[in-house]
Design a protein around this ligand. Structure first.
Ligand SMILES: Cc1cc2nc3c(=O)[nH]c(=O)nc-3n(C[C@H](O)[C@H](O)[C@H](O)COP(=O)(O)OP(=O)(O)OC[C@H]3O[C@@H](n4cnc5c(N)ncnc54)[C@H](O)[C@@H]3O)c2cc1C
Length: 472
């Protein structure tokens, strides 16, 4: 007997390859591919608050629509709040079931609970955002892991990762009665977003091309180059994994096939396990989006100084590596992982600003902005997270720059006013002799700021604050 299934694409699975809900629905009868466009998020004022993610999402949606059209189906885009729209449409369209991929965030779980309650038919949530269902791994005493290396070891012992599913070749047409309420996917222009040409192209085709390029050009040297901010040493697949234009299983198996057993493969797959760890951690501890993992950090005496905050946001702290990170974020909606760590540590530990402010700012501009990974990254950097950097380890922005951007080319790209500084002083221009500054056309305090805080002073101050607070 043929059954009618709504396959609900929810913004984290914008692909047709390796899409288990879609494959299963096609095998059992009629398929209605649905995307719900919530007017709250797609209103111009709100969309402009998330310009980069919105651009990538719209590109990916347009491509998904084209791929479905090519195969005889179409994406049914409907406006409304999903908790209201999905149950109503399921009734009106006489669907037998609704299928989608599971999300881990607490607000998404609440949304799904409400939809399940309101739906008169089956609501099946598939795994697939991660390699293993979040919360599946437990310690010997049945607790969630809080140490990454133990989590990764357990994962390697227990996980079996199947081959990804091929993209379906053809679909049955969407029943005609359903087309009445369909709206067009908006463009950036219609939402008042200036397209940022420096962003990665969204959509499954561009994602697959990125994966191929990574395997061809970059993957082999991943272990040696992944920390180098001046080299294209990483995959740049984070937005694809966030929006599901590639499945994580596809990335995992492609890297295993290409590099099996090498140091590069181990190193790269380990990063995918960090991703697993962050999703699993948020699943088990939904309160982390508001609270530090380590309760001792609650009530930490963070300070707030608008001038310092603006200096960090605009990339005018006087620490070139920190400033490059801030400007890369706004310029191309991406920050190199090492630069994220340095920049986040600087905001929390040098400027004593609450990590949650930095976290929200990153969520606004990162194309790959993901609640679980971003929260984990910020809590790690502040020292209050799950398996975090200890609070007393404070990155020195100068030595970090010298080590991971040795010629200063990352800084030169994003802080062009230092373009002519010799490498010896590019990470510490305030120590350069007058003649060097003059030759490079740099006037400290005018063309480029002096440091907003002295490193040694900031370090001692944070240590004093933290040790006093944590003693309580
Ligand atoms: C303060 C801070 C905020 C962060 N916010 C995000 C975020 O919002 N979204 C996001 O995807 N990553 C985030 N990360 C993790 C990491 O910086 C990015 O995943 C990485 O820089 C993306 O580049 P890539 O795809 O070239 O990474 P690669 O080095 O090629 O890694 C491959 C994939 O592994 C995953 N990954 C890599 N490093 C980490 C990590 N430390 N934690 C979790 N997953 C990881 C990503 O999905 C990434 O695409 C954050 C890290 C920090 C320190």
């Amino acid at each position: 007997m043929s059954i009618r299934t709504i396959v609900w694409f929810r913004g984290k699975d914008l692909r047709i390859s390796d899409h288990a809900p879609l494959r299963d629905a096609l095998a059992t009868g009629e398929v209605i591919p649905l995307f719900v466009l919530d007017p709250h998020f797609f209103a111009p004022a709100r969309a402009r608050e998330l310009p980069h993610r919105m651009q990538f999402l719209l590109d990916s949606l347009h491509e998904l629509e084209a791929m479905l059209l090519d195969r005889g189906s179409r994406l049914i885009v409907v406006a409304g709040k999903s908790v209201e729209v999905v149950p109503r449409l399921a009734r009106e369209w006489k669907a037998d079931r609704v299928v989608a991929h599971r999300w881990v965030e607490p607000f998404a779980r609440e949304r799904d609970r409400r939809i399940r309650e309101a739906l008169g038919v089956k609501f099946e949530l598939y795994e697939g955002e991660t390699l293993m269902p979040p919360g599946a791994l437990r310690t010997g005493v049945g607790k969630p892991y809080s140490v990454f290396s133990q989590f990764a070891r357990a994962f390697r012992q227990k996980a079996t990762i199947d081959r990804p599913l091929a993209a379906p070749r053809s679909f049955s047409p969407v029943p005609r009665d359903i087309l009445a309420c369909v709206i067009d996917i908006p463009t950036c222009d219609q939402l008042g977003i200036d397209r940022n040409p420096a962003l990665l192209q969204g959509g499954e085709k561009a994602a697959k091309a990125r994966l191929r390029r990574f395997l061809r050009d970059t993957a082999e040297a991943y272990a040696e180059h992944r920390d180098r901010m001046d080299l294209p040493g990483t995959s740049r697949l984070s937005a694809d994994l966030k929006f599901g234009t590639l499945s994580v299983r596809e990335v995992w198996t492609a890297v295993e096939d290409a590099l099996n057993g090498t140091t590069a493969a181990r190193s790269f797959l380990n990063e995918l396990l960090w991703r697993e760890f962050t999703h699993s951690t948020l699943w088990d501890r939904p309160e982390l989006l508001d609270k530090p993992f380590r309760p001792a950090f609650e009530g930490f005496p963070w300070q707030y100084d608008e001038e310092l905050w603006q200096a960090w946001v605009l990339g005018r702290t006087g620490y070139p590596i920190v400033d490059a990170a801030s400007r890369q974020l706004i310029g191309e909606g991406f920050v190199h992982n090492r630069a994220r760590m340095i920049s986040a540590s600087f905001l929390c530990k040098h400027l004593l600003i609450d990590y949650r402010r930095g976290e929200a700012h990153y969520m606004k501009y990162l194309t790959d902005g993901d609640w679980a990974q971003n929260n984990a990254g910020w809590q790690w950097s502040a020292g209050c997270g799950c398996d975090a950097q200890p609070y007393f380890r404070i990155f020195n922005p100068v030595t970090q720059g010298e080590k991971f951007d040795p010629e200063g080319n990352y800084v030169r790209r994003w802080v062009p006013e230092l373009e002519k500084m010799p490498s010896r002083y590019i990470h510490n221009p305030w120590e350069a002799p007058e003649t060097v500054l003059r030759d490079a056309g740099v006037v400290l305090g005018a063309s480029y700021p002096r440091p907003v805080v002295e490193h040694r002073f900031a370090r001692e101050r944070f240590l004093a604050f933290a040790s006093q607070h944590l003693k309580r």
